[in-house]
Structures are given as C-alpha cells and as structure tokens.
Design a binder for this molecule. Structure first.
Ligand code: ADP
Length: 294
C-alpha cells in the first residue's frame, strides 16, 4: 500500500468514526430532550397537585382551627367556671381538655402556615404571581421590616437590634411587598434562632462589581441579616434554601417553622434577578445576604 492510500484509508476511517459519533450525539441529545420534557411535565404535575391539594386542605383546616378556638373559649369562659369548685377531679380534666385544645389550635395553625407557604411557592413557580414592580427606597424597606418584627424582640430581652442604613441610597425597582416578605422572613429566622447578642440588618453597595467593568456604585445593593445565633453546620449550607430543609434547633434538635420560608425568599430574590446566600459558623452566627440589581 502506498503512503497516500494509507493516509486516505485513515481519513475514511476517521470520517466514519466521526459520523458514528455524530449519530450517537444526535441520539443522546434526543433522549436528553425527552428526559427533560418528562421532567418538566412531572414538575408541572407536581406543582398542580400541590396547589390543588393545598387549596382543598385549607378550607377544612381553617374551620377546624375556628371551632377549636370557639370550644376552648366556651370551656374556659363558661364551662370551667360553672363546675363546682369542690369537684377537683372535674376541674382537673376540664383544664386538661382546655390545654389539649390549645395544642390542637397551635398545631392546626402551624399546618395552615405550611399550606399557605406551599400555595405561595407553587404560585410563584407557576408564574401565577402578579409582580408589582415599583420604585422603593431600600432604607425604608429596612425600617418597615424591622417594625414588622419588633414584637418578636419583646420576648428576647438579651437580643439587640442594629440597623445600618445607606446614606443617599439609590432607588430600587422591585416588588415592595415581596421584598419586605424576604427581609421579614430572614429577620424572623434570625430572632427565632438567636437567644442573645445582636441581630444586624444592613443595606450597602456591593464591595465589588459582579459584572466586570460595572460601576460598584450603580449596579447592585446588598442586604444583610446577621445574627449571633447557633449558626448552620457546613453540611446544610448548600441545601438550606431547598424546600422543607430544616436543620433543627442546635440544642434541642427540634425543627421549628415550616422549612419553606427560605425557598420562598430564594424564588422572590431570583425573580428580581438577584442572588441569596448564607455564610455561617456554628456557635458564632449566620449572615443571610441577598443582592438586588439597582
Ligand atoms: P423555617 O420555617 O423552618 O424557619 P426556613 O426555610 O425559613 O424554614 O429555614 C430553614 C431552616 O434553616 C430552619 O429550620 C433552620 O434550621 C435554618 N435557619 C434559617 N435561618 C437560620 C438562622 N438565622 N440561624 C440558624 N439556622 C437558621
């Protein structure tokens, strides 16, 4: 075989191999496309299922909570006072029933919060939420959010609130109520998990441009909620914004809340083309931060 025909042979083989690879690639791309369509359909079915079930659950649950409240009110206000005070056994059981009704009510309310959060999340995901973008002063946002959580501080006398506003802050084009929801959620979490020390809420320019060449003064603002609470172990940092992720109380190992708050915050921030993240050190505290484009 002369050298030219050997080279030609190699080229033919190479071409055949390339064609085979191209066919394989086309087949795999098609499979991937089918898999993606299946996944999207499954995701949509899940969202519809969640939303329908949540709505169906909300009505009877609201009525269970309402009737429990009514029963407790008449038990405490009418039935218990009418029991003969010498009948200690009856008073004792009536009080126990009253305590149990309180548990039914608070667990019902907890369940209702989960359902409301689920509906909220599925509405955001399915694009059912109407966003009201308007000019918002970031300092005023911090004022409103801290006002909304001020009563939570009353139960924690060893906890101090620090506010750091930004002089001459630029106006943001955001959905005010939804962004308030994010700040209030982060602040409530910080207060819920921190027993003593400080909760610092701040707004500032981003110390570095995230788009290269962008002026740091104009492109993004960063909001931070910093606490001196139990912190979040490294193993949970990456999944903390996923739905139903609860690390559990550091000391009692008992989760509190719905585990959906941060997932909702993430959806809202990302809808505004922002980013949300957490930095944390166990036993030192956590910093939840999010950036929003100006
Ligand atoms: P939840 O309703 O349980 O607070 P979130 O989605 O808001 O749901 O939070 C998820 C989990 O993240 C919480 O259960 C808690 O384990 C952890 N977490 C959130 N914020 C803090 C914080 N400031 N300090 C420590 N852990 C936190």
């Amino acid at each position: 075989m002369n050298p030219t025909s050997k080279e030609e042979q190699e080229i033919i083989e190479l071409k055949a191999r390339i064609q085979a690879l191209q066919r394989l690639l086309a087949k795999k791309t098609e499979e991937l496309q089918f898999a993606r369509e299946d996944a999207e359909a499954a995701n949509e079915a899940k969202s519809i299922f969640l939303s329908t079930v949540s709505h169906e659950l909300r009505t009877p649950l609201t009525s269970i909570i309402g009737f429990t409240q009514l029963n407790k009110k008449s038990l405490d206000g009418k039935v218990i006072p009418a029991i003969d005070e010498n009948n200690t056994k009856a008073i004792k059981s009536a009080n126990r029933i009253s305590d149990n009704l309180e548990v039914v009510k608070s667990e019902g309310e907890r369940l209702l919060n989960i359902i409301n959060d689920l509906i909220d999340l599925s509405n955001i995901e399915s694009g059912k939420v109407e966003w009201k973008i308007q000019p918002v002063d970031p300092n005023e946002l911090i004022e409103r959010a801290t006002l909304a959580v001020s009563s939570l501080f009353e139960e924690k006398p060893a906890l101090q609130l620090i506010k750091k506003q930004l002089p001459n802050a630029p106006v943001l084009a955001i959905d005010r109520d939804r962004m308030l929801q994010v700040l209030i959620n982060l602040l409530s979490n910080a207060i819920k998990f921190t027993e003593e020390g400080q909760i610092t809420v701040s707004v500032d320019h981003l110390p570095f441009p995230i788009i290269s060449g962008a002026s740091r003064h104009q492109k993004h603002l960063v909001f931070r909620v910093e606490d001196t609470g139990p912190g979040i172990p490294d193993a949970h940092i990456d999944t903390i914004f996923d739905r139903f992720q609860q690390v559990g109380d550091h000391h009692t190992d008992k989760p509190q809340g719905t585990g959906l708050g941060l997932a909702i915050c993430k959806e809202i921030v990302e809808h505004h083309k922002g980013k949300i993240w957490v930095e944390s050190e166990v036993d030192k505290g956590s910093i939840f931060a999010f950036i929003v484009p100006v």
